[in-house]
Design a protein around this ligand. Structure first.
Ligand code: GDP
Ligand code: IMO
Ligand code: MG
Length: 423
């Protein structure tokens, strides 16, 4: 038995989709346990680009079982749209290879409207959410006022609960200047989606444990990243779930003692979409990457903010996720640079910090302490073996291992499936 969690070590978009796709070959079941369609995971295979939001990336492997666990928040219409798009690309999706937890909470049309309404009310302090209704759906879950996926199999009760909730939220939505919910068309859309999704709904914790009992291996595909975690991230500029490894357990019903391996995914530099502090942000790197046509969000298309690799963030992410391995992606993004910097520590009020401070106010005041590395000035994207990499690239990677105390196991040198090197 080998159960692995793949977790994002930065602010999301580290390339988790690509790494999960790579690791899926040697696993049996791929599980999403947190987040919702705020996630956008890109996999490029045989020249086709797939973008996964709610469905585990493992679905691209025909014979693997995919599970959307109880910790995920599910937008039924969004999920059907995603299924239709993937089926249009030739991907098989049926209750044979996709199971949805009956206790996962639903993202309803009023959650999306509330997301927009709350962002509008935050004004200059807006979080820059993806607008997918994630925060309001998790808020209702914690408030014990949510609707769960099992209702998709009980349409009468679903309709009743849905109407009540649209009714109780409408006034706030309108008062916030957001378009009101069209009750009849929303109810009709949700009920139609319920009918289509009902065959997928089951107790996925049981499905996970049955697979484990049969000696199968599970791979957990985390969404977002460590610094978007509701507890460990740069609060309040975070998402509303536990994106770190603990979330994989609570969000699936698979206990910690059954997890054998944690792979933390990070880019060879740092990116962030949305608002919030970013100590190593660097506009020149952003311009360089954007001019290469890279670093635009897979879910919203927004240009990602970019900067140097921040080893302070990585060190802490490795620690709290219990990561033993690093998968570093996008090394090829640094191919053209003469000089590459790594932030090894922060300076704050005359002190040197090895770990990030806990408030955004302090994080915003941190000065990065950089060390400089010579660039390799060579196109890495066609490399077939790790041992063939230029020495300068190897020493950059070695230094990241030293600074984070995690072992590099996978390396991304391009977006395609075959551009992943095993170290
Ligand atoms: P995720 O949300 O963590 O799955 O990451 P995204 O898919 O949102 O963003 C990662 C982006 O980097 C996508 O456009 C990927 O196709 C791309 N990508 C992943 N790994 C590599 C890599 O090693 N090199 C290059 N050039 N692109 C990569
Ligand atoms: P993947 O899985 C990058 C960010 C949003 C915003 C904050 C809150 O593709 O790595 P939300 O809509 O969740 O309430 O937005 O979190 N965010 C992500 N950034 N990658 C993601 O997912 C993200 N999911 C949410 O941009 O700053
Ligand atoms: Mg993404």
């Amino acid at each position: 038995m080998s159960n692995t969690i793949v977790v994002g070590a930065q602010w999301g978009d580290e390339g988790k989709g690509k790494i999960v796709d790579f690791l899926t070959e040697k696993t049996d079941v791929v599980v999403r346990a947190a987040g919702g369609s705020n996630a956008g995971h890109t996999v490029i295979n045989n020249g086709t680009k797939y973008i996964l939001h709610l469905i585990p990336s493992g679905v691209l492997w025909r014979e693997k079982l995919c599970i959307i666990g109880n910790g995920v928040v599910i937008d039924p219409m969004g999920l059907l749209e995603e299924m239709a798009k993937l089926r249009g690309q030739g991907v098989h999706i049926s209750p044979q290879n996709l199971r949805i937890s009956e206790t996962a909470h639903l993202v309803m049309p009023y959650h999306k409207a509330l997301d927009r309404a709350r962002e509008a009310r935050r004004g200059a302090n807006a979080i820059g959410t993806t607008g997918r209704g994630i925060g309001p759906a998790y808020a209702d879950k914690v408030e014990r006022n949510g609707l769960r996926a099992i209702l998709l199999t009980r349409p009468q009760e679903l309709e009743k609960q849905l109407r009540l909730r649209i009714d109780s939220n409408q006034e706030f939505i309108v008062a916030s200047g957001v378009e009101p919910i069209d009750v009849e068309s929303s109810v009709a859309a949700v009920l139609k989606a319920a009918e289509e999704l009902a065959p997928f709904i089951c107790n996925t914790a049981v499905a996970c444990h049955e697979a484990i009992a049969q000696g199968k291996d599970l791979l957990f595909e985390s969404a977002q990243g460590t610094y978007l975690d509701i507890d460990h991230g740069t609060y309040p500029f975070v998402t509303s779930s536990n994106t770190t490894t603990g979330g994989a357990c609570t969000g699936s019903g698979v206990p910690p003692r059954l997890i054998n391996r944690v792979v933390a995914v990070c880019k060879a530099y740092t990116t962030r979409v949305g608002s919030g502090p970013f100590v190593t942000e660097n506009e020149e790197i952003g311009d360089m990457l954007h001019n290469m046509g890279r670093e635009f969000g897979a879910t919203t298309g927004r240009a990602r903010r970019c900067g140097w690799l921040d080893a302070v963030l990585l060190r802490y992410a490795v620690m709290i996720n219990g990561a033993d391995e690093l998968a570093i992606t996008n090394l090829d993004g640094l191919d053209g640079l003469d000089e590459i910097k790594i932030c090894t520590a922060y300076r704050l009020d005359g002190q040197t910090l090895q770990y990030p401070p806990s408030t955004v106010e302090d994080l915003e005041r941190c000065e990065p302490i950089y060390e400089s590395h010579p660039g390799w000035k060579q196109d890495l994207s066609g490399m077939k073996r790790f041992c063939d990499l230029p020495e300068k690239a190897k020493s950059y990677l070695k230094r990241i291992e030293e600074l984070t105390k995690a072992r590099l196991s996978l390396l991304g040198i391009g977006p395609a499936r075959e551009q992943t090197l095993v170290v």
